[in-house]
Design a binder for this molecule. Structure first.
Ligand code: IPE
Ligand code: IPE
Ligand code: MG
Length: 247
């Protein structure tokens, strides 16, 4: 039986965030170059996006390129940027057809101009779609985002637009690049690594973390369903006791 049938559609996570990891190892296993792994990761992106939209998940955030990934060999970085441009170009029509809005978080200024252009066009073209929002984390790191928020908040305080005593959780939320997006209830990382790698540090504060040995290019709809079922079998206590939750 498919894990899909075990999903309680009334208790779906609203937001799923994924660290798509393992492309390089997947390619290496086949005796190919790392880039081959990235190319094959695109299928998993399509499958996951489609599965989330079909289920009724409202937000899907995909960690596609981290601030730290700029330190990879130039050839790989360039190949990843080219893959990004060609994929966005190819997929915009599908996003439209499926009523999916695309947005991006991260330092877009660091992306090659061609990349920025394709991205902005796709974001603009899909801005009124409302079935699901696909958030691409590109040249993103949580520390970069938090620092940016701290500076924005400080600026407001300095200009007497904000009282220090009024700074709250909500103030931080509103000044991050994820403003307006509910925090992910579920974070998935593929490839067996069990770390956050500078992804959504603030937003993941109470997320359920799911780690799978599957390498990203092998991640399928069924793997996603499995992760959601696992999530639904957990008790989210938010500091309370189990007894409090059942009464
Ligand atoms: C994830 O796969 C893709 C990106 C980080 C861009 P990796 O390229 O990190 O693959 P591994 O971890 O080396 O196998
Ligand atoms: C994290 O993967 C970033 C993305 C998936 C885009 P990495 O493969 O770069 O992470 P580390 O450096 O091994 O933690
Ligand atoms: Mg990796």
């Amino acid at each position: 039986m498919s894990f899909k049938n075990k999903i309680d559609t009334k208790r779906l996570p609203q937001h799923i965030a994924i660290i798509m990891d393992g492309n390089g190892r997947w390619a290496k296993g086949l005796g190919k170059l790392r880039v081959f792994g990235h190319q094959n990761g695109v299928t998993a992106v399509q499958q996951t996006t489609e599965a989330c939209a079909e289920l009724g998940v409202k937000y899907l955030t995909l960690y596609a390129f981290s601030t730290e990934n700029w330190n990879r060999p130039q050839l790989e970085v360039r190949a990843l940027m080219e893959l990004l441009v060609s994929t966005i170009k190819k997929e915009t029509a599908t996003l439209q057809k499926n009523n999916i809005r695309l947005i991006a978080i991260g330092n877009m200024d660091d992306l090659p101009p061609k990349c920025q252009k394709e991205l902005m066009e796709a974001i603009e073209a899909t801005k009124n779609n409302d079935r699901m929002t696909l958030v691409l984390a590109l040249s993103y790191s949580a520390k970069w985002d938090i620092l940016k928020a701290v500076k924005k908040i400080s600026e407001k305080v300095k200009n007497n637009l904000l009282d220090i005593e009024k700074i709250s959780d909500k103030t931080v939320d509103e000044n991050l690049s994820t403003a307006g997006i509910p925090h992910p209830e579920l974070m998935i990382r593929t490839s067996g690594e069990q770390r956050i790698s500078n992804f959504l540090l603030w937003e993941l504060a109470y997320s359920e973390l799911y780690f799978t040995e599957k390498l990203w290019p092998d991640f399928t709809k069924e793997e996603l369903y499995k992760a959601i079922v696992d999530y639904q079998n957990r008790e989210r206590r938010f500091g309370k006791t189990s007894e409090q939750l059942s009464s």
